[in-house]
Design a protein around this ligand. Structure first.
Ligand code: CP
Length: 305
C-alpha cells in the first residue's frame, strides 16, 4: 500500500508515468470512464478548499467511482474531540482511498500510520501539497514541453506557501532548473528549503524583492497568495497582502513564452486584466489538477485500462 504525503514520495520515473497517464486521459477520457467502478474515495477536509476537494471528487466520478466525505471539521466528529488517527482508521473501513487536508503539518503522515487504505495529502498547514505540485508539473510540461532548463520565479508568500515548498522540492530533481524567489523580507522561503533542498543539490537560486526586475528572466512565473489564515496577527497581513500585484504593466518586460501559474485561490495578486493574456495558464492549471488526480487515484489503487 502506497501513501503520497510528500512530493518526494514519488520518484521522477513515477512522476513521468503519471504525466503520461494524465495526458492519455486528456486525449481520450471515455476510455477511463469505468476504471474505478465499485471504488470509493473519501475526502476528509479539515480546512477549506474549492479546487483540491472538488477536483478529487470530480476525478473519482469521471473514473466511474463514488465519493464520500466532509468539507469542514465542524461537520465531523472531530468537533466532539475525535482524533485524526481514529477518524482515519474508521473512514478507511468505508473507502478504498482517502484524500485528506488538515491545518496541522504532519497530520496526513500521522493518518497514514493508522489507515487501512492509501492516504493522499491534500495539503497540510504550511508544509506540503503534493497533488498541487503534480498539477503544476503537468501544467509546466504541457506548456513548455519539458521539465528541465527552466527559470522559475516564485512570487509572494514564500514562507507559508506550501505549494511553493513542494514545487521547489519536486522541480529541483530536473536538470538546470533555476529559481528566482521573489518575496518581501518577512515572507522569504524557510531556511530548511534553502539548506535541505537548494544548497544540498547545488540548485542555482536568488532571493529578490522586485517582481519587475525578475520578470524578464523567467520561463515560469508562479504567483501565490499572501495567506491570511497563516498569520499570527492581522496587522502584519494587512501590511504585506498587497506586496505584489501582477498586472499588464508589469508583464511588459516578460517573455512572450512566459507561463503564468497560480495554485489559486487568488485574492488580488493577479489583476483580472491578466486573465485574457495568452500567457495566463492558471485556469488551465486548475483543470489539469483533475486529470493528474485521476492518474494518481488509478496508480494508488493499482488500476489500469
Ligand atoms: N490550490 C488549492 O489548493 O486550492 P484550494 O484551496 O481551493 O483547494
Amino acid at each position: 500500500m502506497r501513501h503520497v504525503i510528500d512530493p518526494m514520495d514519488l520518484s521522477v520515473a513515477e512522476v513521468d508515468e503519471l504525466l503520461a497517464l494524465a495526458d492519455d486521459i486528456i486525449k481520450d477520457k471515455s476510455r477511463y470512464a469505468e476504471v474505478c467502478h465499485g471504488k470509493k474515495l473519501a475526502t476528509l477536509f479539515f480546512e477549506p478548499s474549492t479546487r483540491t476537494r472538488l477536483s478529487f471528487e470530480a476525478a473519482m466520478m469521471e473514473l466511474g467511482g463514488n465519493v464520500l466525505g466532509f468539507s469542514e471539521a465542524a461537520s465531523s466528529s472531530a468537533a466532539k474531540g475525535e482524533s485524526v488517527g481514529d477518524t482515519v482508521r474508521v473512514v478507511s473501513c468505508y473507502a478504498d482511498i482517502i484524500a485528506m487536508r488538515h491545518p496541522k503539518e504532519g497530520a496526513p503522515m500521522m493518518a497514514s500510520m493508522k489507515s487501512l487504505v492509501p492516504i493522499i495529502n491534500a495539503g497540510d498547514g504550511g508544509h506540503n501539497h503534493p497533488t498541487q505540485t503534480l498539477t503544476d508539473i503537468l501544467t509546466i510540461h504541457r506548456e513548455k514541453g519539458r521539465l528541465d532548463n527552466l527559470t522559475i520565479g516564485c512570487c509572494g508568500d514564500l514562507m507559508f506557501g506550501r505549494t511553493v515548498h513542494s514545487l521547489i522540492k519536486a522541480m529541483s530533481r530536473y536538470e538546470n532548473v533555476k529559481f528566482i524567489l521573489i518575496s518581501p523580507e518577512e515572507l522569504k522561503i524557510p531556511s530548511y528549503i534553502k539548506t535541505e533542498v537548494l544548497k544540498k543539490q547545488n540548485i542555482e537560486y536568488e532571493e529578490v524583492t522586485s517582481l519587475e526586475e525578475a520578470i524578464p528572466k523567467l520561463d515560469i512565473l508562479y504567483m501565490t497568495r499572501v495567506q491570511r489564515e497563516r498569520f499570527f496577527n492581522e496587522a502584519d497581513y494587512v501590511r504585506l497582502k498587497d506586496s505584489y500585484i501582477l498586472d499588464k504593466a508589469k508583464l511588459k518586460g516578460a517573455s512572450k513564452d512566459l507561463a503564468i501559474l497560480h495554485p489559486l485561490p487568488r485574492v488580488n495578486e493577479i489583476s483580472t486584466e491578466v486573465d485574457n493574456d495568452p500567457r495566463a495558464k492558471y485556469f488551465d492549471q486548475a483543470l489539469n489538477g483533475k486529470y493528474i488526480r485521476m492518474a494518481l487515484i488509478m496508480k494508488l489503487l493499482g488500476l489500469s485500462i
